[in-house]
Design a protein around this ligand. Structure first.
Ligand code: MG
Length: 297
């Protein structure tokens, strides 16, 4: 469970027990829109619990129609973008080792915090020329220093910088986006569809995660609205099993970048659902989200 969104195993089980009463009122899973609206209205928050129901409904309706979920949005599977492999903050030696572990990926995502940032990037660059994205997780304190850093990163084959400043610093963020040579992507600053209007002119794009936004239904709406607002789109993930990663992969042909390595970073994955082909986390062609259970709970 993503702790910063306040969910736990207990809270999810409590929410799903409440949701059962709502779900029992419906006999037709194709009434997804109404069902998910009712589930969303049960209680605020609980976005990962809501995503579990959303993903199950998408999987079910796909299976009943014998169609993979990406066809729901007429997505072209051949447009699946390269996926990122995440390199956390670590010793030089560990960073080099992680780069090797991510060998099959074509893009790397580097976590920075404001400390030793340049030496981390230089360590990466000593072993890899792959395009990188940088995730600062709100770690830079000053907009001028952030701009200097972004200008420096722009010379280092960087694709974008995610959440450089604290989410409260809206004016500083707009200032930075206006001057930055690189796209700025909102992660902590954007959670759901209703947050998108305030992102325009503050960031260049958004990071959509199913566990933040209640699932595939709302994520697909966010993609449409973000395109209308001319925002770049990254689809990301938390630490997740291949079940959630597979669900996100079905939306990935509709976005600019995919950061779907969450299941590569865990040891207790219970599912198989995506294949990393040529650096891309490809959605399955099986009906629904196309996952298969491989482990025991
Ligand atoms: Mg992030």
């Amino acid at each position: 469970m993503p702790p910063y969104l306040g969910e736990s195993h207990e809270s999810v089980i409590r929410f799903l027990t409440k949701a059962e009463k709502i779900l029992a009122l419906y006999k037709d899973p194709f009434e997804k829109g109404i069902i998910l609206q009712q589930v969303d209205a049960i209680e605020k928050g609980n976005t990962a619990a809501k995503a579990a129901i959303d993903i199950a409904l998408h999987d079910l309706t796909g299976k009943l129609q014998n169609k993979p979920c990406y066809t729901f949005w007429n997505a072209d599977r051949s447009k699946t973008p390269f996926s990122f492999f995440t390199i956390g903050m670590d010793s030089e030696e560990m960073i080099r080792q992680k780069v090797t572990e991510g060998e099959q990926f074509h893009f790397l995502k580097i976590k920075l915090s404001g400390e030793n940032d340049k030496s981390i990037i230089e360590t990466i660059r000593s072993v890899s020329n792959k395009p990188i994205a940088v995730d600062v997780n709100q770690g830079w304190k000053d907009k001028h220093q952030a701009l200097d850093m972004m200008e420096w990163l722009a010379e280092k084959n960087t694709l974008f910088v995610e959440q450089p400043l604290a989410k409260e610093k809206v004016d500083d963020m707009a200032w930075l986006t206006e001057r930055s040579p690189l796209p700025t992507i909102a992660d902590e600053s954007v959670q759901r569809l209703t947050d998108l209007e305030k992102i325009k002119n503050v960031f260049s794009g958004i990071n959509i995660k199913l566990m933040k936004c209640t699932g595939m239904h709302e994520a697909s709406k966010m993609i449409l609205r973000a395109r209308e607002l001319d925002l770049k789109i990254l689809i990301g993930c938390m630490s997740e099993t291949s079940c959630a990663i597979a669900a996100a992969s079905h939306l990935s042909p509709l976005v600019d970048w995919a950061d779907l390595d969450g299941a590569e970073l865990i040891k207790n994955d219970l599912f198989r659902g995506t294949a990393l082909i040529n650096g891309k986390m490809m959605p399955s062609d099986l009906p629904g989200i196309g996952v298969e259970k491989i482990g025991k709970n």
